[in-house]
Design a protein around this ligand. Structure first.
Ligand code: GBH
Length: 477
């Protein structure tokens, strides 16, 4: 018998969601419109024209959802606050009703012994701020810090970890370069300005949270770092292609946030797009703030090779419907399809990428605690005649990736927790409701929640901290 992988007792088992993906009640409770309302209500922007108007109706069903979280035995729950729900226009007046919603929610979680890990920005910018330029406008960073300070004041005694931004890569490059996310703009120079203003927003918000709550407040950011493989690892040109992607995808955030500088090659590779004049004196000192934990979202890997300019360049970035590239300034790199297996998103399944990412972060930032703030998979689940939802592919995806986290820990990486994406099936952005990531199924007609096998399996893990076998999906008594 092989020994099963065991995690320490204080390892945090959690699950994650985001406001726009689950709340619904888009026009209720004094909430203002966000860029995702505008975008999803624009014909052609999301699959089937789906919007987050109703989503999982979590705004009304939060109490039931907290019960599910408690019954799963989770140590922590990662949620996001909808900025326009608590400050409809993104500046000025706050909305007491919106603040009360989150105060009640985090109190209910804490009351069940579940630590709230709160993200302040998971992509739903108040529309009024976008009308003033969005993340291309520097003012947005300062307004974000004011919003962060107010939330810290309102919820500070209950929230365990404050996360400023979720995946600024997506906000900047999918929102302003490829345009497949809100606000759907396609200008490379704007996207790089957005990168910088998101970084600035992060640094200012961390300072605002600590000014409000004191140095013991735990601050973090969640990044989707790209693990990119060279098509031919012995080709200098392919390795250079990897470095280019790495600079624009990863170093554009890790550099300023953890080291206080944008790397030279990033500036050089994008010099024909922008002169980076939006980086002002002192900004990098504002951005670089110590982080109690660095959040890492990991799903899959990419593969690239040098593109010589001959023939048609492949662009396997998962959004075949967009001509515009998220890879600002890069014209000589080609993305190749990864061999399978794949999830329903078309993303390849490669647990080794999780280990590689965590170990490389540890080697580079040896004193930085890490947390996997998202990992999970969409598959075409079916409800069986007996009402159960058997999702063996998701169970094995979670099993193998959690095992990969354990492997990174064995190699010395200081990974403190893991959050399964997602608690519930939900609005998967431009893919609408057609992609199901939940460990709990949501019936979009009745909004009924049903535990999938993966939820039962994950509950067993959270209860024991011993990685269960993939067929260990029987309900825990
Ligand atoms: C996260 O985004 C989000 O935080 C979350 O809201 C979302 O629901 C969840 O993941 C699932 O999508 O595009 O083929 O090159 C993840 C977005 C996914 C973008 C992986 C980059 C790389 C694969 N990222 N993707 S590909």
């Amino acid at each position: 018998m092989t020994t099963q992988r065991t995690f320490p007792d204080d390892f945090v088992w959690g699950s994650a969601t985001a406001a726009y993906q689950i709340e619904g009640a888009a026009d209720e409770g004094g909430r203002g419109p966000s860029i995702w309302d505008t975008f999803s209500r624009t014909p052609g922007k999301t699959l089937n024209g789906d919007t987050g108007d109703v989503a999982d109706d979590h705004y009304h069903r939060w109490a039931e959802d907290v019960e599910h979280i408690a019954n799963l035995g989770l140590d922590a729950y990662r949620l996001s606050i909808s900025w326009p729900r608590v400050q409809p226009g993104g500046s000025g007046e706050f909305n007491e009703e919106g603040i009360a919603f989150y105060r009640t929610l985090v109190a209910a979680l804490a009351g069940k012994g579940v630590k709230p890990v709160v993200t302040l920005y998971h992509w739903d910018l108040p529309q009024e701020l976008e009308d003033a330029g969005g993340w291309v406008n520097r003012d947005t960073a300062y307004l974000f810090a004011e919003y962060a300070r107010r939330m810290a004041r309102e919820l500070g005694d209950t929230v365990d970890v404050w996360t400023t931004l979720n995946e600024p890569w997506c906000s900047a490059y999918l929102g302003y370069a490829s345009g497949v996310h809100a606000p759907g703009r396609t200008d490379g120079a704007d996207a790089l300005a957005a990168v910088h203003h998101l970084n600035l927003a992060h640094g200012l918000a961390v300072q605002a949270i600590r000014a409000e709550l004191g140095p013991q407040a735990k601050a973090s950011i969640t990044l989707n770092l790209h693990v990119t493989r060279a098509d031919d690892p012995s080709s200098e040109a392919d390795l250079a292609a990897v470095r280019k992607i790495d600079a624009v995808a990863n170093e554009a955030f890790l550099g300023p946030i953890l080291e206080g500088a944008y790397p030279e090659d990033l500036l050089a590779n994008t010099a024909h797009v922008t002169d980076w004049a939006f980086v002002q004196d002192g900004d990098l000192d504002e951005i670089r703030q110590p982080l109690d934990v660095l959040g890492v979202n990991y799903y899959s890997t990419g593969r690239v090779r040098h593109f010589s300019g001959e023939g048609e360049r492949q662009q396997a970035d998962g959004h075949a419907d967009s001509d515009a590239s998220p890879w600002v300034g890069i014209t000589d790199v080609e993305f190749l399809p990864q061999p399978g297996p794949h999830t329903a998103m078309g993303w390849n399944i490669e647990p080794q990428g999780m280990t590689d990412l965590l170990v490389s972060l540890h080697e580079r930032f040896p004193h930085q605690p890490l947390m996997v703030t998202e990992n999970g998979a969409a598959f075409a689940d079916e409800v069986s005649p007996d009402g159960a939802v058997h999702d063996p592919l998701r169970v094995s995806y979670l099993h193998d990736h959690i095992d990969a986290v354990g492997e990174a820990r064995d190699a010395g990486a200081d990974v403190r927790g893991y959050f399964a994406w997602s608690l519930l099936d939900n609005f998967e952005w431009s893919y609408g409701y057609e992609r199901r990531f939940g460990i709990i199924r949501v019936d979009y007609d009745t909004l009924e929640r049903t535990w999938k096998d993966s939820a039962h399996w994950y509950r067993r893990l959270a209860a024991t901290s011993v990685l269960p076998d993939v067929d260990d999906v029987a309900p825990l008594s």
